[in-house]
Design a protein around this ligand. Sequence first.
Ligand SMILES: Nc1ncnc2c1ncn2[C@@H]1O[C@H](COP(=O)(O)OP(=O)(O)OP(=O)(O)O)[C@@H](O)[C@H]1O
Ligand SMILES: [Mg+2]
Length: 259
Amino acid sequence: MSSRTDTDIALRASKVSKSFGGVHAVADVSIDAPKGTITAVIGPNGAGKTSLFNVLTGFDQADAGEVTLFGKRIEGEPAWKIARSGMVRSFQTPVGFPLLSVWENLMTAGADASESLWRGLFRRGQWRGLERDTAARADALLTELGLASVKDQRLEDLTAGQTKLVDFARLLMVEPQMVLLDEPAAGVAPSGIGRLAEQVRNLRERGITLLIIDHNIQFVFEVSEYIYVMAEGRVVVSGTPKEIAEHPMVAEIYLGSSK
Ligand SMILES: Nc1ncnc2c1ncn2[C@@H]1O[C@H](COP(=O)(O)OP(=O)(O)OP(=O)(O)O)[C@@H](O)[C@H]1O
Ligand SMILES: [Mg+2]
């Protein structure tokens, strides 16, 4: 990674720390997500992966450290501002509106960025006539993700795997440059993992940079170019999938902690 210049880096965390009481959830973590690549963060439950995502995306404040997004310092900025700078994230538990249809869920996500989510939600009666571009984008994404047949179903009636894909589609409605995914493969049936991997790679082909947390090691090895392994708040090993697969410490960390 040292051969890369700063301009090649989409997202950089330098010595980021976050504690909760006496728990060092994130301790001195430094990671790079090079532009146009897929980088992964793995590690056992409680390693600090989600806490790291929270501080990178402004959903929580780091105690120390620097974060740069496309060369611009963003630590301490609020989540909405970071999202508007082009970085969006998914949550470990998918968010969305359970009682709205899949299509409506995409439309709320694609509402003009200057509007609040709620305002977008209450304007939904006007969508079909007024927001053709957004609607066309929603339809295209639903087709691309294999969700066209469930577009009129309520989110609460979908399978866990379909809900994850809707969550994914909602992120893409805002045309981000950097996407952080917190366990995209969790709850997705084995038969759906291939499609998910394909979608993730499609994003990279479009020039989007990805940082992915997942416990599905096979999925991670398949899609990512570089992997950071966290344990007890720290990055303990990093390397290519091949290097990680062969690393004795990784096997040790994962023993008895598979999910
Ligand atoms: N809001 C919070 N308040 C107190 N402790 C927290 C909070 N969020 C996280 N922690 C603690 O920080 C540590 C790291 O948690 P985190 O959720 O970041 O781990 P993770 O790697 O995402 O785990 P998992 O794989 O289970 O999702 C854990 O010990 C957790 O209990
Ligand atoms: Mg987590």
